[in-house]
Design a binder for this molecule. Structure first.
Ligand code: HEC
Ligand code: HEC
Length: 270
């Protein structure tokens, strides 16, 4: 009797909770599908299969099958999507959807096919690290950043130009979650760094590095925007060479000249 009561009791406590969970997942997907049909289907297709039509040289919208919840969370969470019109690059904009709506859209796209999930705080947060662990993470992250990211984002993450009018944005002030998701999903012209390519720990190390360069003061006081050799070279040219030219002119104007009597025609004949 006791056994029966116990199993019965346990069942009634657990079973409806599970059913409710499944129910709410389904509801989330359904809500996401509705939002998708209104806001995204015109470019990404009724079922996220993409729209091939090329308008003014740009494809309307790629297929979202298999891009995963992480891509949606990144694109919609940073305001890149919904795009207003197809153009070279979808820049960061004001976010249109609420957190709950973004979760619904992500759940819907994730339901189309498996893809990278939204990372959890455990994946990207560096708050749990001790002082020493953080130092190590920054060193490793700096090396990873140097080999994988500087080509486009510049050595200190301040961004740079890309072919055909595109650009890699500055990484200053980007939330850790979106740094992680950008690596995971490779938005637009950026390659993706799957977890096989850069492990979750390595991604977190990169985040630690980017946070550290945000915190470090600009030694020397005047960073010239941190844009690297071009702006620094220009600065050196204008101030350095300009200074030298100015100095040369000053010397020329301040030396005593030998006063030569102009050669006259008679003098030349003599
Ligand atoms: C081939 C060039 C390229 C490389 C290499 C690259 N990126 Fe990017 N990255 C881009 C471009 C282009 C964008 C802009 C995409 C967009 O606007 O959707 C971008 C966007 C980002 C963003 C989003 C910034 C924002 O404002 O929301 C982050 C974060 C980022 N990259 C981090 C990285 C990291 C970390 C690495 C190295 C592991 C890396 N990227 C390597 C080109 C690159
Ligand atoms: C005006 C057309 C347009 C609308 C509307 C639009 N998108 Fe996009 N979307 C694009 C284009 C174009 C790209 C590809 C950008 C690129 O790679 O250069 C894209 C890319 C994406 C990606 C990245 C895919 C990947 O491979 O990582 C996601 C995710 C996405 N869109 C989700 C959405 C969602 C969700 C909505 C609705 C809230 C939406 N989009 C609305 C045009 C659109």
């Amino acid at each position: 009797m006791l056994g029966l009561l116990l199993t019965g009791g346990i069942y009634t406590v657990l079973a409806p909770a599970q059913a409710e969970q499944a129910q709410s997942d389904e509801e989330l997907v359904a809500q996401g599908r509705e939002l998708f049909l209104v806001g995204c289907a015109s470019c990404h297709g009724q079922n996220g299969e993409g729209v091939e039509t090329v308008r003014e040289g740009y494809a309307k919208g790629p297929s979202l099958i298999g891009v995963g919840a992480a891509a949606v969370d990144f694109q919609v969470g940073t305001g890149r999507m919904p795009m207003a019109r197809p153009e070279q690059q979808a820049p960061r904009k004001d976010v249109v959807y609420s957190d709950e709506e973004i979760a619904a859209l992500a759940a819907y796209v994730a339901s189309l096919a498996p893809g990278p999930a939204i990372p959890t705080e455990e994946d990207y947060s560096i708050d749990g690290l001790s002082e020493e662990e953080r130092e190590e993470a920054i060193v490793r992250g700096g090396q990873i950043f140097l080999t994988n990211c500087t080509a486009c984002h510049n050595f200190n993450g301040s961004g740079g130009a890309m072919p055909r009018g595109g650009y890699a944005p500055s990484l200053k002030g980007v939330e850790s979650k979106y740094i992680y998701e950008a690596m995971l999903t490779g938005p637009q012209a950026m390659p993706n760094f799957s977890n096989g390519n850069l492990s979750p720990e390595e991604k977190r190390d990169v985040i630690a590095y980017l946070r550290s360069i945000e915190e470090s003061p600009e030694y020397g006081g005047f960073g010239l925007g941190g844009l690297g050799p071009v702006s620094e070279g220009l600065f050196a040219w204008i101030l350095g060479i300009g200074g030298l030219v100015g100095f040369a002119v000053w010397i020329a104007a301040h030396t005593t000249r030998t006063t030569r009597t102009p050669q006259t025609e008679e003098g030349a004949q003599a």
